[in-house]
Ligand binder design. Structure first.
Ligand code: PMP
Length: 431
């Protein structure tokens, strides 16, 4: 194949500059197996970011590859204007994993499109327009979802956010009121009432939120936060949508869906990434009643529900069910978090360790009192970890939260290697 330098030259000349890479010296990945990937020189890396939280059960998982290869050889493509078994089988499987009441799925190719369909459905169903999202959130790169995304730098000024309002995210580490939980009485959650009363017509289409934020930096609200927000939104006529693109499919360990950690039942769930272990696949599942808004409408998605993605999605969910994946996320994630909390005692740079299961974040700060974001430090920790063969991500509004979300087949040895490497890299920052 072409050398790294050739690939860089071709990308620079022919690929949109909107496509960016991590690392000063971009990494070229040519092979993957389970939780590891290899570069063109044969060096192995622990992929503790799973692409971007997408390879849920492992790169080139043999059970998935076998089924997808068989399907590719049999029927690679047809659209939903014809019947084929895979879409029906996968939709049935998804419904079996859903909280009670949610059973009808619309398939897309991405998380952004899934969120588009969710918002369209909520607006049509309620007859209202305004959508409430959380500060720090990321929901996608299409026009509507870019508007939802609460990272200013990721918006285009020619693509204004229309009818989207942001409420506080339950980000206790940086409480906007300087309060602490639980004596705060969940003031930030109750705030959504003011957002609705002062900034909307008084009625809303929906609230959409990630139960634990991904790109936002593993922001994990107090346990009652979502209950309070869901109640208020419903009192104002809105539906509640859980974006499970990153947190779903067992990643948070205790529960299959991250919203279950908060004891709420959403009116619809959007999914992508981990649902297909890398297949271009997204989905919105809702109640039979809400799903009726799409009935007799002409709304078409050429690749949505295609046989290859459906086969890969079904095989992925089977692996999660059959191979103890969620339990592994709980146990190994718990071990990882405990060890990261141990590191926090040693390194003043670690302001907070948060998240659940294998959806963890480590927020770096220059000063524990002022909480000044240590963003350049986070970038150099990532660079150094790559040199030690460990790939992680970063996020948060200031880019100062390290994100650890590996394939859920991670072993205890991998987890220990990751933490030992982080320890060494944080030590080196001091010198
Ligand atoms: N929702 C969340 C929570 C995400 O993290 C992402 C992608 N980072 C999306 C939606 C958008 O998904 P996609 O890139 O597949 O459109």
């Amino acid at each position: 194949g072409p050398s790294r330098e050739e690939v860089i030259a071709l990308r620079t000349q022919y690929v949109s500059p909107g496509v960016i890479t991590y690392y000063k010296d971009p990494l070229m990945i040519v092979e993957g197996k389970m939780q590891y990937v290899w570069d063109e020189k044969g060096s192995r890396y622990l992929d503790a970011f799973a692409g971007i939280v997408t390879v849920s059960v492992g790169h080139c998982h043999p059970q998935i590859i076998e089924k997808v290869q068989a399907q590719t050889g049999k029927l690679q493509h047809t659209t939903t204007i014809y019947l084929h078994p895979t879409i029906a089988q996968f939709a049935e499987k998804l419904a079996a994993k859903m909280p009670e009441g949610l059973s009808r799925t619309y398939f897309t190719n991405s998380g952004s499109e899934a969120n588009e369909i969710a918002i369209l459905s909520a607006r049509e169903h309620t007859g209202n327009t305004d959508v409430i999202a959380l500060r720090n959130c990321y929901h996608g790169g299409t026009a509507t979802t870019m508007g939802l995304t609460a990272h200013g730098t990721w918006k285009f000024k020619t693509n204004p956010a229309l009818n989207v309002l942001h409420t506080h995210a339950g980000y206790c580490y940086r409480c906007p009121y300087g309060l602490s939980y639980p004596s705060c009485d969940l003031r930030c959650a109750h705030d959504v009432k003011d957002v609705i009363q002062y900034q909307t017509s008084g009625e809303v289409a929906c609230f959409i939120g990630e139960p634990i934020q991904g790109v936002g930096g593993a922001v994990t609200p107090p346990k009652e936060f979502f209950q309070v927000v869901y109640d208020i939104v419903r009192q104002h006529g809105g539906l509640c949508i859980a974006d499970e693109v990153q947190g779903g499919f067992g990643r948070t360990g205790e529960h299959y869906w991250s919203h279950q950690n908060w004891g709420v039942v959403p009116d619809g769930i959007t999914m992508a990434k981990g649902i297909g272990n890398g297949a271009p696949l997204g989905a919105f599942t809702t109640t039979p009643d809400i799903s009726q808004v799409m009935k007799n409408r002409i709304h078409f998605n050429t690749y949505g529900g295609n046989p290859i993605s459906m086969t890969q999605g079904l095989a992925t969910l089977e692996v999660i069910d059959e191979q103890g994946i969620q339990e592994n996320a709980r146990v190994i994630g718990g071990h990882l978090k405990e060890r990261l909390l141990g590191l926090q005692e040693k390194h003043a740079l670690i302001g907070e360790v948060r998240g659940m299961g294998l959806m963890l974040g480590v927020e770096l700060v220059r000063n524990r009192q002022t909480k000044e974001p240590a963003n350049t430090e986070a970038a150099s920790v990532m660079e150094r970890m790559k040199e030690h063969g460990v790939l992680i991500g970063k996020g948060g509004l200031h880019g100062n939260t390290l994100r650890i979300k590996p394939p859920m087949c991670l072993t205890k040895d991998d987890a220990d290697y990751l933490v030992d490497t982080l320890d060494i890299c944080l030590d080196k920052l001091k010198s």
